[in-house]
Design a protein around this ligand. Structure first.
Ligand SMILES: NC(=O)c1ccc[n+]([C@@H]2O[C@H](COP(=O)([O-])OP(=O)(O)OC[C@H]3O[C@@H](n4cnc5c(N)ncnc54)[C@H](O)[C@@H]3O)[C@@H](O)[C@H]2O)c1
Ligand SMILES: [Zn+2]
Length: 315
């Protein structure tokens, strides 16, 4: 078991119940997702005598899941992998769908594998003491899932999203459960991301470029929220369902996601140009069409990109 220390404190019972003979505490966070750290984790497995049938368990957020999953994919050419996601984002997104991997300097998730877990054990009780920023990262992915494929989830977040970010564990459970289903359904239909699964990038094209521009100081949830505002605005210009953009912006406002940010537009455009999800030089964008349906387009003009940047840029 590779266990995030915060997660171990949040869920001591579950960690104990795993009955793991060997547990290696870790500090979660992006620093874990480096090849040097992977070498360290692999050596630990080897030194403790882990064998081919022994499962590797990731007990923590997305960073522990991605790193431990990568270790599981390559140790002895692959051992069984179990995910115990303990952050909101990991429970609705990163622990599902089988992608694992680490970063290269300057290139996030550039090295990795598809290594689906044999089991995912998620307990929403883990989210009780999550820092607010981490909770909001998970909330945005849930909202994204709703826009892609679950109108009832959207209504649920409109009605109970604020409560779910507070003390209402039942609301949190209901949202996490539905959002996880959206991701699972799409990932199951397109496990290696050749088509439909790209929809999960909704809000992430501009969101990721804003993160790069900020040298990853901008929290992921805020970046994606700005990305969602921008594509909602573009979709409205291109004739999406009336009122959709207003509805998206109103919900993001209600959940206290910022409307604007100060950034260097040129650096954001550069980051967009190096986006690894380009195809034949063209950047793909996902636009919300109605709640529960998105459309992929690759004909967004520079003028339209400028419009999106203006839309989220601080006045
Ligand atoms: N593999 C995929 O398909 C996929 C999809 C989306 C994101 N990701 C990756 O996920 C990562 C982000 O994951 P994350 O947001 O979970 O970040 P994280 O793993 O860094 O966790 C965020 C923080 O919460 C702490 N924490 C974990 N569990 C806790 C708990 N129960 N209570 C209190 N604190 C707790 C961690 O120690 C950490 O400080 C990124 O590296 C991203 O690239 C992967
Ligand atoms: Zn995301």
């Amino acid at each position: 078991v590779f266990a995030d220390e915060h997660a171990a404190r949040a869920l001591p019972g579950l960690l104990a119940a795993l009955g793991a003979a060997r547990c290696r505490p870790l500090e979660g966070g992006e620093e874990l997702k480096q090849l040097g750290r992977i070498g360290e984790l692999l050596r630990w497995l080897s030194e403790t005598g882990a064998e081919r049938g022994d499962p590797v368990v990731a007990f923590g957020g997305g960073t522990v899941g991605d790193a431990a999953g990568f270790v599981a994919a390559v140790y002895l050419r692959g051992v069984p992998f179990v995910q115990v996601p303990t952050t909101w984002l990991a429970q609705v997104d990163s622990a599902l769908g089988g992608k694992v991997g680490v970063n290269l300097p300057g290139a996030k998730n550039a090295v990795g594998a598809f290594w689906p877990p044999v089991a995912v054990i998620a307990d929403v009780a883990a989210l009780r003491h999550l820092p607010r920023s981490a909770a909001k990262d998970g909330m945005v992915e849930s909202l994204k899932a709703a826009l892609i494929g679950d109108p009832a989830l959207w209504t649920l977040i409109e009605e109970r999203g604020e409560a779910a970010l507070g003390e209402d564990e039942a609301a949190r459970y209901a949202i996490v459960e539905r959002a996880a289903r959206v991701k699972l359904t799409i990932a199951d239909r397109d496990p290696t991301e050749t088509g439909e699964r790209r929809q999960l990038n909704l809000g992430h094209t501009l969101g990721h470029a804003l993160e790069v521009e900020s040298s990853f100081r901008l929290p992921h949830g805020e970046a994606v929220a700005l990305g969602l505002r921008a594509v909602a605005n573009l979709a409205a210009m291109r004739g999406a369902e009336r009122g959709l953009a207003e509805r998206i912006e109103a919900l993001l406002d209600a959940l206290a996601f910022p409307r604007h940010r100060t950034f260097q537009a040129e650096a954001v455009r550069r980051a967009l140009l190096t986006d690894k999800k380009r195809s034949r030089g063209r950047l793909r964008w996902l636009l919300p069409v109605e709640v529960g349906r998105v459309q992929e387009v690759d004909d967004v003009s520079e003028h339209e990109v400028d419009g999106m940047l203006r839309h989220v840029s601080a006045p």
